[in-house]
Design a protein around this ligand. Structure first.
Ligand SMILES: Nc1ncnc2c1ncn2[C@@H]1O[C@H](COP(=O)(O)OP(=O)(O)O)[C@@H](O)[C@H]1O
Ligand SMILES: [Mg+2]
Length: 374
């Protein structure tokens, strides 16, 4: 979670029709206090849009509070938002105000609302109806606050409503102004602009010499499907800047899956299974651990916690690892470059997020036994 007091520069880079529309919608949204629900795949820029709305609104000089509903357990989420009173739970030694009280006349950005538990949904709804803050452990409301709510999700909330996991009344409350940000692959005109924008930023940050992206490399960037959207592009550009060996970025300087995307089009496109590109971001992360010695806690964990990786991605990563270790989780801990003492922590993390795959599937049964087993 974070509180941003002073306005900082927020740029929504892109000149596609889609991005111009999003920017115009953000301007309209900024003129009112209506609730905004921003949807789109992971990494498309939902948080950028939320910040844009805040900074262009009359609330710009008040704080913008950001809270990610995915990273926190229920009890913590509630006390972060609403605060708590002394003695309300073990460790609550004194009264503590919540984030909402810290953002008077500001904006609250709730990221990943689709991950909120049904209990928290009730708590949020109650607040939206009354505007009153009731601290955890208190028996009456403590204060009223005036905050503007912007929410975001990469989930299909309508489907969650239909499935009964998201409250319909809350959905209607949140879904007043709806903004959809299309995936990067549907607005490829933005890719050169974004690539150059990030290139410039990272060159300054890392004090790296100037580099130019060659035509072939740019073609590959335009062809790749970008399952991780703008965030993935940003990461790729940072690695280009860090690894550049000369002034010209060629095809060989791009990550394997981006390079492969050109081959996929030039060769027989139909021979590529459709899941090919969607898999690759996870595959690339698995490779960084399995082949390049990077640690799971550094590579995968933060991305998953910030919801830049889906459960499906995480499962796919665990699967790649288990394929290497023949289903052995202890070896997997080592292969993902974690200390062996992290075994329990790693397993409970996977279980908590329902990404613990049964190891049996990966055990290669020696041929001589197979006949007896089957
Ligand atoms: N149009 C854009 N212009 C500049 N930076 C962007 C744009 N879209 C996304 N980014 C950057 O890409 C990253 C992911 O964006 P973010 O808003 O966190 O995505 P989401 O919330 O949809 O997962 C962030 O570092 C953000 O600054
Ligand atoms: Mg986000």
């Amino acid at each position: 979670m974070s509180i941003v007091g002073r306005p900082q520069e927020v740029r929504l880079v892109g000149n596609s029709e889609a991005i111009r529309l999003v920017e115009a919608e953000a301007d309209t949204a900024a003129r009112s206090d209506a609730k905004v629900l921003v949807t789109g795949e992971t990494g498309v820029g939902k948080e950028v849009v939320a910040r844009l709305i805040h900074h262009r609104s009359a609330r710009a000089s008040a704080p913008l509070v950001t809270l990610n509903c995915a990273g926190l357990p229920d009890s913590l989420l509630e006390s972060e938002l609403f605060g708590h009173v002394r003695g309300s739970f073990t460790g609550a030694y004194r009264d503590k105000p919540g984030l909402l009280e810290m953002a008077p006349n500001g904006t609250l950005f709730l990221d990943e609302v689709g991950e909120m538990s049904t209990r928290m949904q009730v708590v949020l709804l109650r607040f939206l109806e009354s505007g009153e803050i009731q601290r955890v452990g208190a028996d009456r409301s403590h204060a009223r606050v005036n905050v503007r709510l912007v929410t975001a999700t990469n989930r299909d909330l309508e489907a969650q409503v239909a499935a009964g996991t998201f409250r319909e009344d809350l959905y209607f409350r949140l879904n007043v102004i709806r903004m959809r940000i299309p995936p990067l692959r549907d607005r490829i005109e933005d890719i050169p602009l974004l690539a150059r924008y990030f290139l410039h930023g990272y060159r300054q940050q890392h004090r790296a010499p100037a580099v130019e992206i060659s035509t072939e490399a740019m073609d590959a960037l335009l062809t790749y499907r970008w399952p991780g959207n703008v965030r993935e592009l940003k990461n790729v550009v940072e690695r280009i800047v860090l690894k550049a060996t000369g002034p010209n970025v060629g095809l060989s300087d791009l990550p394997a899956e981006v390079r492969r995307s050109v081959g996929a089009v030039e060769g027989s496109a139909s021979s590529q299974p459709p899941a090919f590109a969607a898999k690759s971001y996870a595959d690339e992360l698995a490779e960084r651990m399995l082949d390049h010695g990077e640690s799971f806690w550094a590579v995968v964990y933060p991305l998953f916690i910030s919801r830049d990786l889906t459960r499906a991605d995480l499962r796919r990563i665990v699967q790649s690892g288990l394929e290497r270790t023949n289903g052995n989780y202890r070896l997997l801990v080592q292969s993902f470059n974690m200390p062996i003492d992290d075994y329990k922590r790693f397993l409970s993390f996977l279980r908590k997020h329902d990404c613990h795959l049964p190891f049996q599937r990966f055990r290669v049964v020696p041929a001589r036994l197979r006949a007896q087993v089957s």
